[in-house]
Design a protein around this ligand. Structure first.
Ligand SMILES: C[S@@+](CC[C@H](N)C(=O)[O-])C[C@H]1O[C@@H](n2cnc3c(N)ncnc32)[C@H](O)[C@@H]1O
Length: 390
């Protein structure tokens, strides 16, 4: 195995189990290494630091697989995947769909696996993980015994890694519509055609938190609703009407199918851009709960200020649209607009519209999408539940 020497200043970071080494943090020449190659990380002064895979094409040059001297083979993948599966067992009392493997936070950087019943939906996002494709598949088959494995490796990160998108069946027989059951509600998921790996499983806990504030007869606006999760939870809890908005026609079709699957009949749906919709509707003091769950407006640090303007605009319009004493759930799924930034945006809107916000809940992704405290990018989903005092 080749050795990569890292700069002495980076040693403390690795000693604190931070799993990434950037290209400007190494003391070896990048050209010596192949994309996806497994290497031993060394410091000239401190010796061995870990085993990683590398990609000289990327700013994140090395991703650590193990801080110990482990062989990266069958036993390694078997142990890591088995451990990841065991950690999700408690969640299976609430749902039949969980994220089984969440990349760095399950010590398998670049690998995402979601489980929908006995279907697995997988994403391989790095050249390093790509080299272990066959081993990963055989281990998953052995440990999970799936009837279908479908690949949805179409993230932008693959392009950065020098890889092409890969989609489609890897094993078994496709299930057209999966009947996802979450906290007693039904969601129909077209795993192959839906966004991401199928369903926004990361918002499961937050859907339940928001619904816990719903009172009989409430009205709800679910903006960027995707498959309608937040609004459907609220309607099932006794809300009398929910308005669903998403820019994607297929997301709205899916929302309608999910409303029908839960025998809900009072709702409105709109296929529309959230910004235009709010501008045209000019709602005033109309809703008890508004959920704002836009896509990742900021995929890079450079896009953060534009994203913050987008959030501010949506929060202003929603603050006008919510009743005095009503609630706004404001989410960001971009690491570059985190909890601190959301609070700053809320403070600005509070000043501009002369309203007060009471912070009722600070939300994050559900536990099957774990946050690794030494990898801050794994804290990607943040939410504030605000009570608006006008
Ligand atoms: C993070 S997902 C929402 C997940 C959803 N709340 C759930 O719990 O399943 C973001 C959604 O925003 C939609 N979207 C993207 N841009 C939009 C826009 N400009 N206006 C309205 N919806 C948009 C996407 O189609 C996607 O369904």
């Amino acid at each position: 195995m080749n050795k990569v020497y890292i700069k002495h200043s980076v040693v403390p970071k690795l000693r604190r189990f931070t799993p990434w080494v950037y290209a400007n943090e190494i003391d070896s020449s990048l050209e010596e290494f192949q994309s996806g190659e497994v290497v031993a990380l060394f410091s000239k002064k401190d010796g061995f630091l870990g085993t990683a895979y590398v990609n000289p094409k990327c700013a994140i040059f090395a991703r650590v697989l193990s801080f110990g001297k482990e062989e990266i083979g069958k036993k390694f993948f078997h142990n890591r995947i088995k451990r990841a599966i065991a950690k999700r067992e408690a969640l299976l009392s609430q749902t039949n769909a969980v994220r089984l493997i969440h990349s760095e936070a399950d010590f398998l950087p670049g690998l995402i696996v979601d489980k929908y019943g006995d279907t697995l939906s997988i994403q391989i996002n790095t050249a390093g993980m790509e080299t272990f494709r066959e081993l990963i598949l055989s281990t998953l088959k052995q440990l999970v015994n799936p009837s279908w494995i479908v690949e949805k490796s179409d993230e932008h990160s693959r392009e950065i890694e020098g890889l092409e998108s890969k989609n489609g069946t890897l094993f078994g027989t496709p299930t057209k519509q999966f009947e996802l059951s979450e906290n007693g509600l039904t969601f129909l998921v077209d795993i192959e055609d839906a966004q991401k790996t199928g369903f926004y499983l990361d918002q499961r806990k937050n859907r339940a938190i928001c619904a816990s504030y719903i009172k009989e007869g409430d009205t709800v606006l679910d903006i960027c609703c995707n498959a309608g999760g937040f609004g459907i939870y609220a309607l099932a809890k006794g809300a009398k009407n929910a308005v669903f908005v998403d820019i994607s026609e297929s997301a709205i079709e899916q929302t309608k199918a999910n409303l029908a699957a839960n025998a809900i009949e009072t709702y409105e749906t709109y296929t529309a851009d959230a910004f235009t919709f709010m501008k045209e509707k000019k709602y005033k003091n109309s809703f008890d709960l508004i959920v704002l769950d836009p896509p990742s407006f900021a995929k890079t640090k450079e896009q953060a200020s534009g994203a913050k303007r987008g959030f501010k605009h949506l929060l202003m319009e929603s603050t006008k649209a919510v009743k005095d004493g009503g609630l706004i759930a404001l989410f960001s799924c971009s690491f570059h607009v985190g909890k601190k930034e959301l609070l700053e945006i809320a403070m600005e809107v509070s000043h501009d519209l002369k309203v007060q916000y009471i912070l009722l809940e600070q939300m994050q992704q559900d536990s099957d999408h774990p946050c690794l405290i030494n990898a801050s990018a794994s804290f990607y989903l943040n939410g504030l539940l605000l009570r608006v005092e006008k």
